[in-house]
Design a protein around this ligand. Structure first.
Ligand code: NAD
Length: 375
């Protein structure tokens, strides 16, 4: 079967769904790969490198017309029209908020596999593009913070005097938060991190951070690894933690999410209590933001001189590595879907990983899937 990789067309997108290395691996699984000419240029992958890996360069319509089409972002209506009936589409689709897209893919007779609906169980980690994206975003948040902070993260002793290491406070220690802790520590900052899930303490310490322990603001150890909404008492205690830690920090990086929704952790009052020259990077900007003053997509300066970074394209700002890891996630998915390693995709809807991410199939909307058991 033929896998098509079209160029991304979302404004400002620099990612691509395959790297030359991932193309070579897809070919090893028995597939033929066609890629739109220029698709990898913004990620620093040249057409010649894809050709060397075994891909054929094609135009957009040919890439969209393949048996299996893989891309980063959900297709636009004009692109859906280019998909063949019976084709398989592998992309992020946000199916929970994109009913119309899923319905139109089902109507077109496309099998739609949503990369952002992969069940979050251990067995599926290798195909979890959300983890890939969170990891890169956490790292990039630190780079944006360092860029906007008018000082050095590491302490310095020079003939002209000493500077103190920067204090970085990280809210939320999931995949993105832990990556941010690791990146900020490695730049020499003193990193403190808080999460409502107490079980992350050890992980924070292992990445070089100090766990901010505040039992009155924290939940019981979670059964499924995810935070629940806080009670009013926990919320009040957590707000006191954010205010105190932010007032003492040079940089605050917020990554808090509860079931995909961003709680407000940094209110306007908390910003008002921060030092001039300090920086907030809000990783939840695209989902409404963890900071009340965040403007999605923009960097703004508060009245008291705090820079608030609300970029929503952090992964696209690291296109080479994000695309490399994304491409590898796709290879792992295709390996799962190609039991014979013979270039023939077989979808097994009895498998909870494959069923979980199938949002349209054989003319039917398949979203939401039945609940999965944790393993
Ligand atoms: P997430 O993106 O849902 O949330 C980010 C973090 O914010 C979480 O650690 C959460 O506890 C924290 N948080 C929520 N509200 C907060 C608040 N008010 N204040 C401070 N912190 C707050 O988290 P995630 O990155 O998806 O990771 C959650 C868990 O899922 C982790 O245990 C992770 O290891 C696990 N995970 C598993 C898989 C898999 O098995 N395939 C994939 C990814 C993540």
């Amino acid at each position: 079967m033929k896998i098509g990789v079209p160029a991304e067309t979302r404004a400002g997108e620099r990612l691509v769904a395959a790297s030359p290395a991932s193309v070579a691996q897809l070919i090893k699984l028995g597939y033929e790969v066609v890629i739109e000419a220029g698709a990898g240029t913004s990620a620093s992958f040249l057409d010649a490198q894809y050709e060397e890996a075994g891909a054929t360069l094609v135009d957009a319509a040919t890439a969209w017309g393949a048996d299996i089409v893989t891309c980063v972002n959900a297709p636009k209506p004009a692109q859906i029209k280019l998909l063949r009936e019976g084709a398989t589409l592998v992309a992020t689709m946000a199916p929970h908020s994109n009913e119309r897209l899923v319905a139109s893919l089902a109507k077109r007779g496309v099998t739609a596999l949503a990369l952002d609906a992969v069940p979050r169980i251990s067995r599926a980690q290798a195909i979890d593009v959300l983890s890939t994206m969170s990891n890169v975003a956490g790292y990039r948040a630190v780079i944006e913070a360092a860029e906007n902070y008018g000082g050095m993260f590491t302490g310095q002793v020079t003939a002209a005097g000493k500077t103190k290491p920067a204090t970085v406070f990280i809210i939320g220690a999931g995949v993105a938060g832990l990556a941010a802790i690791g990146a900020a520590s490695s730049l020499g900052a003193q990193v403190r991190a808080f999460d409502v899930r107490p079980e992350v303490a050890e992980q924070i310490e292992s990445m070089g951070g100090t766990f901010v322990d505040a039992p009155e603001a924290q939940q019981e150890i979670s059964a499924d690894g995810y935070a629940k909404p806080l009670t009013a008492e926990q919320q009040a205690a957590a707000m006191a933690v954010y205010a105190k830690e932010a007032a003492n920090a040079d940089v605050v990086i917020t990554t808090a999410l509860v079931r995909g929704t961003a709680p407000t952790t940094i209110t306007a009052d908390v910003v008002a209590g921060m030092r001039p020259g300090s920086v907030i990077v809000d990783l939840a900007a695209s989902g409404g933001g963890n900071c009340a003053l965040t403007v999605p997509g923009k960097t703004v300066l508060s009245d008291n001189g705090v820079t608030i970074v609300g970029y929503t394209d952090l992964t696209s700002r690291m296109p080479r590595h994000t695309s490399t890891l994304f491409g590898t996630n796709i290879v792992h998915l295709m390996a799962l879907l190609t039991p014979g390693k013979d270039g023939a995709m077989v979808l097994d809807l009895e498998d909870q990983v494959q069923r979980g991410m199938t949002v349209a199939h054989a003319g039917e909307v398949m979203w939401p899937p039945p609940p999965v058991s944790v393993s």
